[in-house]
Ligand binder design. Structure first.
Ligand SMILES: [Zn+2]
Length: 167
């Protein structure tokens, strides 16, 4: 008789990691138009590559997600945590994410929904404090509270309360 096996991922690895400082590697952006329509959400996906004590282990999630909205001031913290400075805009402010964006539909070059990122942020690692918060349904999830800036000589005043600060 054949047997059916459930996906092990549905049993293992479902628990948010305990609060602490973790080494995270940025591996993906999922670009979506924000509800307001005036900004984009670069849903950032990080692999947990190192952590305190015995984490990450198989009982915990292997990933942390961060909604990086293009009008969120915390983006600079995330980039600096990965050791990457943003590029300056024409007012000399550090606001431009280095790299390019390939539209999902080449016939709609201005539609950023689903665009693919090609740039220096992917594969970069840094130290981030991860905390446990609750989503709208009261379920535990991980959020990034702060980044440890890796940019030499940086004078930017980085936030220590990034979680829940998104618009
Ligand atoms: Zn910095």
């Amino acid at each position: 008789m054949p047997k059916l096996q459930m996906s092990p991922e549905s049993i293992l690895g479902s628990k948010p990691v305990p609060q602490g400082f973790y080494e995270l590697e940025l591996v993906n952006f999922r670009v979506k138009t924000a509800k307001s329509g005036n900004s984009l959400n670069l849903n950032a996906e990080f692999n947990i590559t190192d952590g305190p004590q015995d984490t990450p282990t198989e009982k915990y999630q292997k990933k942390v997600f961060c909604t990086w909205n293009t009008s969120w001031w915390g983006g600079i913290d995330i980039a600096h945590g990965l050791g990457v400075q943003l590029e300056q805009d024409n007012q000399g402010l550090e606001t431009v994410i280095p790299g390019d964006w390939e539209p999902a539909d080449p016939n709609k070059p201005n539609d950023m929904q689903g665009a693919k990122y090609i740039g220096p942020l992917f594969g970069k690692r840094g130290s981030f404090e991860v905390i446990v918060t609750q989503d709208q349904n009261g379920n535990d999830r991980n959020e990034i509270r702060q980044a440890v800036c890796k940019v030499p000589g940086c004078t930017h005043k980085h936030s220590t309360s990034l979680a829940g600060s998104k618009n």
